[in-house]
Design a protein around this ligand. Structure first.
Ligand code: ADP
Ligand code: MG
Ligand code: MG
Length: 883
């Protein structure tokens, strides 16, 4: 097998289709080289080698030595330099690169190949002694940090001391002699901490770095990142070895990062930052404040230092040409790294750029309009879950803001929460249900778990392409970066700005769209959805087959759902109406009644209230189907607990408190989820379902008379296991309908159906469909009863179960396709066999989960029903499932 793939100098052994083998970075370097872009030559050691390396006890096979030698020879041939040659040394970078970009991976090592001899050759060859020694000191520092894993504090301190001793402010003020002295110090620091001298053999350096890249695949932070992002541990990483190009060779050299479109807004404008006379990660690390790429961006920000467009117009023009080539070639927005060495442009990386939901929409719609992609591709380009970012509230423009600092608008959206200063605390407090804002001087890959747990991220340092900004945008977390006036003392858990201080636990609000940082909590408003969102959703609606309804019972939720495009209500949970504070006494009276007469007396009080509830929903959903589930939860959930509550019921009913308490005790159940609930209530107390059915039909006729458009009630019986249960309940509902229709002299269409939420019901669906007009899969209970896992108690072990690969994902979030899914398939098929036009829908949490929606499409359900804020997500996911 071949493990080494070359690129550059007219050769490309791989291409963009080889991401699994070469990693994203390696595949795209080869691709860029093959389309004629300027890429420094190099080679990629494949991910297959990483797998083999671990299989063979973290050792390299001998054959790899020969292959790497061939790779080095390739670079030497193209560059006319020789690795380790003191007269004309080749320097390389060693870069990790997995299939998908992973901030948990090893940092890049630059300038590898320098030692006490080659540094002299580099100085002579470049005619720049300062540059040579600067590169050497950077190399030792990086190698010590990422390969030898020595504490980098001591190296930074030595650098600071060197500057202070000479009265310098910037790194760039250090002279060749200063740097030479610093290199000496660095070398002794390495020897002290590592116990051996800094490796002078360039081949030892190279193999050390390669092993470190492979080793980083199993570092803790990489594992955390993989767990959060569902990345398989078996993929492995590739290693890229590439000829160095130097952005630190004076004022005609530079390094930068760019996006071909604005990753925040999606605007079709180049977007990026660069630094003159700098190398590698200087831009991202926030060592100096980077300069803007374009003149327009600089002017808009009111910044002084010249943009690249102004400072290096010719190279800039060439770079802009590369952006266009890359976009046309990849047909997507690209995230690019480049270096300019003495006015010569070099491309060091390209990948599909991470973007906010807003930008994803804008870019997809724009590119379809530009003819770069089709509408179908545009629909597939937007992650449905990302829409969530757009649907949630933003800061109320009218609200009072106590702005204490301003940073860069690094990732849009507003977030309020209590301040924490480290990732572990963020994770802990968030797990306890607290909204937290993670505040750091700057973030690093070690902070990923805390960033994930936080509602928002605030940093004092770093630009728009800093680690915090890039990761936050990818996660959809609001982020303000580079709020330079903040002074953060993470140890003391306090930050200061001017004469104010904010402690851990204080409330803070950040606005990632403006960069504002505010003390306290600021009021929010609902977003207005228009423009690109409307356009893309209309395209999605045009291709989807599944209808999308909402789980909603309050007028507010129904309104929201309709505004978000719901095509009816798939689940109206009537018990929510029973919990209403104003009615609870009547509800309790009903439950505690000892006979039918007592229950009917209480129900008579509830009837007009229920009728009004349903009328409000029907009015909002005119002409659309509304599925109303009759009372489902065990009665004891409504029982009074406090003495005062018992007293209220006693007053209302005239029954003494002791009798009421005895009755309450009788209602106790050991396993209420499998107890006296669902249609079992209707079977034992038919007057409850009768009253609810009456309220539904009266309300439907009221609305039909007022609006002229009759609603279409779908009366749903919960927790049915047998056909007989449904038969009995259907008689009750039909009887109520006939009674109301006779009284009102008007009829409306309605359906009676059932939830399929017990395995027995799924298996007996053929028989149940003789009575049921529709099935709605109640996948929360169906998952619970199929797996025999209580969803209220599952948290304790589900995490372990997912980690152990027992479940691929939390089965309460995404349908267990193999088990629960098979039951759904069986029920759908048997139901249709009996009643070909039976309506099939899903109303569990899964109705808003894109993977589960894809499953519903595959089984051929008619609709999914999701919570209101999930409706747009479901619309888009349904369209993607249909494509
Ligand atoms: P990451 O995956 O963290 O972005 P990279 O491997 O892309 O790491 O390297 C980080 C930075 O190092 C790049 O932005 C680039 O500026 C610099 N770099 C990498 N390889 C070279 C090289 N051969 N010549 C010059 N700079 C390089
Ligand atoms: Mg890095
Ligand atoms: Mg990179």
């Amino acid at each position: 097998t071949q493990y080494v793939y070359r690129f550059g100098g007219g050769v490309s052994d791989g291409g963009k289709g080889d991401k699994n083998l070469l990693g994203g970075k390696g595949a795209n370097l080869a691709e860029m080289a093959s389309i004629g872009l300027p890429v420094p030559p190099g080679f990629t050691i494949s991910t297959a080698m990483c797998t083999r390396y671990y299989e063979e006890g973290e050792r390299f096979p001998d054959s790899l030595r020969d292959e790497v030698a061939t790779g080095i020879a390739h670079i030497e041939g193209v560059t006319a330099k020789t690795f380790g040659d003191p007269a004309n040394p080749l320097l390389v970078s060693v870069r990790s690169g997995a299939r998908v970009s992973m901030p948990g991976m090893m940092d890049t090592v630059l300038n590898l190949g320098l030692n006490d001899a080659t540094v002299e050759g580099l100085a002579t060859g470049s005619g720049d002694e300062r540059f040579a020694w600067d590169s050497y000191r950077r190399f030792i520092q990086m190698y010590a940090d990422v390969v030898l894993e020595l504490d980098h504090g001591a190296f930074e301190e030595a650098l600071e001391v060197a500057k202070e001793d000479n009265g310098y402010y910037l790194d760039t003020e250090l002279t060749a002699a200063d740097l030479k002295a610093l290199v000496g110090e660095y070398k002794s620091l390495v020897e002290q901490a590592w116990g051996k001298p800094f490796p002078q053999d360039v081949h030892d350096q190279l193999w050390g770095a390669v092993a470190a890249v492979f080793g980083s695949w199993n570092a803790d932070r990489a594992k955390v990142y993989r767990r959060i992002n569902d990345i398989s541990g078996s993929w492995g990483t590739a290693v890229n070895v590439q000829a160095m190009v130097f952005g630190n060779m004076g004022d005609t050299s530079a390094t930068g990062v760019a996006f071909t479109r604005d990753p925040s807004t999606g605007d079709n404008a180049y977007y990026g930052e660069f630094l003159i006379n700098a190398q590698g990660e200087d831009v991202v690390a926030g060592i100096r404040t980077p300069q803007y790429l374009t003149k327009a961006a600089r002017e808009e920000a009111g910044a002084k230092p010249a943009s690249m467009e102004e400072a290096m117009p010719e190279v800039y023009a060439q770079l802009a040409g590369v952006f266009d080539t890359l976009e046309r070639h990849y047909r997507d927005m690209q995230d690019i790294e480049f270096t300019v060495e003495k006015t010569q442009l070099w491309m060091l990386q390209t990948r599909t750029g991470k973007r906010t939901a807003k930008a994803a929409l804008r870019i997809a719609v724009d590119m379809a309009s530009e003819g770069l992609i089709t509408r179908e591709e545009a629909i597939l380009r937007v992650d449905p879950m990302a829409l969530d970012q757009l649907l949630h509230p933003t800061l109320d423009p009218a609200a009072v803001r106590d702005v204490i600092a301003k940073g860069l608008p690094a990732s849009p959206g507003a977030a309020s929460g209590t301040v924490v200063f480290d990732a572990d605390t963020a994770e802990k407090r968030a797990a306890a249900g607290e909204a937290v804002i993670l505040v750091r001087t700057e973030t690093s890959p070690e902070d990923i778990h805390g960033m994930h747990a936080a509602k928002g991220i605030l940093t004092a340092r770093g630009g728009m392409t800093s680690h915090a900004a890039v990761v936050a945008r990818g996660m959809g977390r609001p982020c303000v970066s580079g709020a330079g006036t903040l002074s953060i003392d993470a140890k003391a858990k306090v930050m200061r700005v001017g004469d104010r201080s904010v402690k851990e636990g204080d409330m803070l609000t950040i606005d990632g769209s403006t960069g504002e940082v505010m003390a306290g909590q600021v009021a929010t408003v609902n977003p207005e959805l228009s423009g690109d969102f409307t356009t893309l959703m209309a395209w999605a609606d045009g291709v989807r087959r599944l209808r999308v309804r909402a789980n909603a019972e309050t007028p507010l939720d129904c309104r929201t759902a309709r505004d978000f495009g719901a095509e009816g209500v798939g689940l109206c949970r009537t018990e929510h109406m029973f919990f209403d504070a104003a009615r609870i006494t009547a509800v309790r009276q009903m439950i505690l009644a000892t006979d039918e007469a007592g229950r009917r007396a209480a129900l008579a009080k509830l009837l007009p209230e229920q009728r009004a509830d349903f009328a409000a929903i029907f009015a909002i959903m005119t002409g659309l189907p509304v599925t109303i589930r009759l009372l489902d939860p065990p009665l004891h959930e409504f029982l009074p607990h406090a003495e005062a509550d018992f007293a209220d019921v006693a007053t209302a009913t005239g029954v003494d408190i002791d009798t009421l308490k005895r009755r309450a005790a009788e209602l106790h159940e050991f396993n209420p989820m499998l107890g006296h609930r669902g249609c079992r209530l209707g079977v034992t107390y038919p007057e409850i379902y009768e009253t609810q059915a009456r309220a539904i039909f009266e309300a439907a006729i009221d609305v039909a008379e007022q609006s002229g458009a009759a609603p279409i009630p779908e009366v749903m019986i919960p927790l049915v296991a047998t056909k007989r249960e449904l038969d009995l309940m259907k008689v009750v509902v039909d009887k109520a309908a006939r009674a109301v229709f006779a009284e009102r002299g008007r009829e409306i269409d309605y359906l009676v159906g059932t939830m399929i939420e017990l395995p027995r019901a799924a298996l007996r669906a053929g028989a149940i469909a003789e009575t049921a007009d529709f099935f709605s899969f109640g996948t929360n209970d169906l998952t619970q009863t199929t797996l025999g896992v209580s969803r209220d108690d599952a948290a304790r072990f589900l995490g372990t179960y997912v980690d152990q690969g027992i479940y691929e994902r939390d089965p309460f979030v995404s349908i267990d396709v193999e088990g629960v899914g098979e039951l759904i398939e069986i029920a759908a098929q048997r139901g249709r066999q009996t009643r070909p036009d039976i309506k099939l829908g899903i109303c569990g949490e899964h109705g808003g989960d894109p993977a589960s929606i894809a499953f519903c499409e595959q089984v051929g359900l008619d609709y999914v029903s999701a919570s209101p804020y999930r409706v747009p997500i479901a619309r888009l996911a349904a369209a993607q499932a249909a494509l």
